[in-house]
Design a protein around this ligand. Structure first.
Ligand code: NOJ
Length: 576
């Protein structure tokens, strides 16, 4: 960790690869490591500095690699350790740092630790996991796992329940046990010594379970009818969380010039400040979720749809921008392997506006303060899919939710499918669209998940050849961050907070100022120019329409238009 504005990851852009869906080199329909190696020039051309690689470790794939059975082995379907080394060398050659996914809130139930742990209460590994006696013959609490059903599963051999915040095949580790923490630090050193530069830490703010520290094990508050209630709030940011994080920093992170980001569901700005504070924190940044929860009904979970109200998005992102300025660091993201495609979500994926709205969304995000993350295919403006029935879907979260909703809660299948089309994780997991060829050039075999039919016109080959493409717009934004230090260090100020369709903000480092104007609608929006800084002496920084039109329509924004200006520099006075 380093408090200076000069640290390398502050002007870097990270690209996320979901290996199963990126590129298949051997025709088995599953993306693999040699496939990634073959596409490194795509990343180089885009200009990204870091790759975050979703898990490639050995796994039975109950949750596509987020259930790890050996942290030091590569999943057979993805290749070998030699393939991994070759990929890492290829990245290093191109000046791209590699960030691994560290999934240590839980392991797979097929990990040797859990096999041992579940065999008897006396086994030395038993205390690596979290066990509870039954209460009145059933689960100890009403907690529901993220993937539906109770967060507790019964283990016959020991006659107890074990905790799993996700699937029963993902038992939670017991971080109270110092041996567990030592194992984690050890495996982090293993990967650092191989040359990786950092970690994205899966649901890291769930590792300290409050009742293990303070002895009370309460039910979750009942928010809907039914027995099980979401458990995340019961276990997030527990009392020993920061202690564990600082220990990890001391034991591991302080020994390397690393980049770290902690996934932190339900985190508040204050918690993020604690985690990322340059002096007293432990990680460089977190993934917060507030802005991803604005298009669902409050307290009802992600599947309960609600249209986005732009002022909510502005208020949320601005709160994070101001809240972490000088006291932490933001990650900036619209997309990852758990979220639907942003152009289909907050933009307009129809032929008329797909490219323009994808560029607008990128502009709006990338000019904020923080480290931007680009998820594979986002740079092409890839879209959601809407398959007719649940059989087309593979994701464990989606399939479980569908079963519970339709079979146990009596919800109409068509209504549930609507939520899946909007929010399902497979939207982001359809194979990367490399070309217009069969299977989008992803595989010569049958892909594990269908390729989006629109690969015939949305694909990397076409995007690279078109100077006006979404890809080249991302390339421009990534380069701008390096050319204009104000984008890294400047203060953020929201303008027009109540405007229902225009997202406008200023970045300002005391000398340089950048004005960003984004239209989040399909209609022309007049700009209340008297509420905006004067444009005299300003020059165009970046936009998604030809610059000539900026002059013509200075006082309005075209549908889905984005424009950023460098305002005339503020000349420092005699006292600096
Ligand atoms: C968050 C990951 O991003 C998600 O894909 C996974 O299912 C859960 N954590 C459990 O590891």
């Amino acid at each position: 960790m380093n408090s200076s504005d000069q640290v390398w990851w502050k002007n870097s852009t990270v690209y996320q690869i979901y290996p199963r869906s990126f590129c298949d080199s051997n025709g088995d329909g599953i993306g693999d490591i040699p496939g990634i190696t073959s596409k490194l020039d795509h990343l180089k051309t885009l200009g990204v500095d870091v790759v975050w690689l979703s898990p490639v470790y050995q796994s039975p794939n109950d949750d596509n690699g987020y259930d790890i059975s050996d942290y030091r082995a590569i999943m057979g379907e993805f290749g070998t350790m030699a393939d991994f080394d070759a990929m890492l060398a290829g990245m290093t050659q191109r000046g791209i740092a590699l960030m691994m996914d560290l999934v240590v809130n839980h392991t797979s139930d097929e990990h040797e630790w859990f096999r041992q742990a579940r065999s008897s209460r006396d086994n030395p590994y038993h205390d690596y996991y979290i066990w509870q006696e039954s209460v009145d013959g059933r689960e100890p609490t009403n907690w529901e796992s993220v993937f539906s059903g109770s967060a507790w599963s019964w283990n016959e051999a020991t006659g107890e329940y074990y905790l799993h915040m996700f699937s029963p095949k993902q038992p939670d580790l017991n971080w109270e046990n110092p041996k567990v923490r030592a194992e984690v630090y050890d495996l982090m050193h293993f990967w650092f010594k191989k040359g990786v530069r950092g970690f994205r830490m899966d649901v890291i703010n769930l590792i300290s379970k409050p009742w293990l520290a303070d002895g009370t094990l309460p039910d979750a508050p009942v928010v809907q009818n039914g027995f099980f209630q979401p458990a995340i709030d019961m276990v997030k940011h527990g009392p020993r969380f920061m202690e564990y994080m600082r220990e990890m920093r001391r034991e591991v992170l302080d020994h390397y010039d690393s980049i770290t980001v902690g996934e932190a569901p339900c985190a508040t700005v204050q918690e993020a400040r604690d985690i990322t504070h340059p002096k007293t924190g432990a990680l460089d940044m977190v993934f917060q979720f507030e802005h991803m929860d604005l298009d669902c009904q409050s307290g009802q979970g992600k599947w309960a749809l609600k249209p986005l109200h732009l002022p909510d998005l502005k208020a949320s992102l601005s709160h994070w921008q101001s809240g972490l300025h000088g006291q932490g660091w933001n990650s900036l993201y619209w997309n990852n392997h758990d979220q639907p495609r942003i152009v289909s979500r907050f933009g307009d994926d129809s032929p008329a506006y797909r490219e323009r709205s994808a560029k607008m969304l990128a502009t709006c995000l990338h000019l904020m303060q923080g480290t931007p993350y680009v998820y594979q295919g986002e740079e092409l403006g890839m879209t959601n899919v809407a398959w007719p029935t649940i059989d087309h879907y593979q994701d464990i979260e989606t399939r479980n939710m569908y079963r519970v909703a339709t079979q146990e809660r009596g919800q109409p299948p068509a209504w549930v499918m609507r939520s899946i089309h909007a929010k399902g994780r497979d939207n982001a997991r359809t194979p990367m669209q490399w070309s217009a060829q069969a299977q989008g050039g992803f595989s010569s075999g049958t892909p594990w998940l269908a390729v989006n039919e629109n690969h015939t016109h949305i694909n990397a080959e076409a995007a690279l050849a078109d100077p006006q493409s979404v890809f080249h717009h991302y390339r421009q934004l990534i380069a701008l961050r390096k050319q204009h230090p104000v984008l890294v260090r400047g203060r953020y100020e929201l303008l027009l907070p109540d405007h229902p369709h225009v997202f406008a903000y200023l970045r300002d480092d005391g000398i340089h100022r950048v004005l960003v104007l984004c239209n989040f609608s399909g209609e022309v929006q007049d700009l209340p120019c008297s509420d905006l800084p004067a444009l005299k002496g300003a020059f165009a920084l970046v936009g998604n329409l030809p610059e000539a039109s900026w002059q013509e329509f200075q006082d309005c924004l075209q549908p889905w238009e984005a424009r950023a200006y460098c305002l005339a520099p503020m000349v420092p006075g005699p006292n600096g």
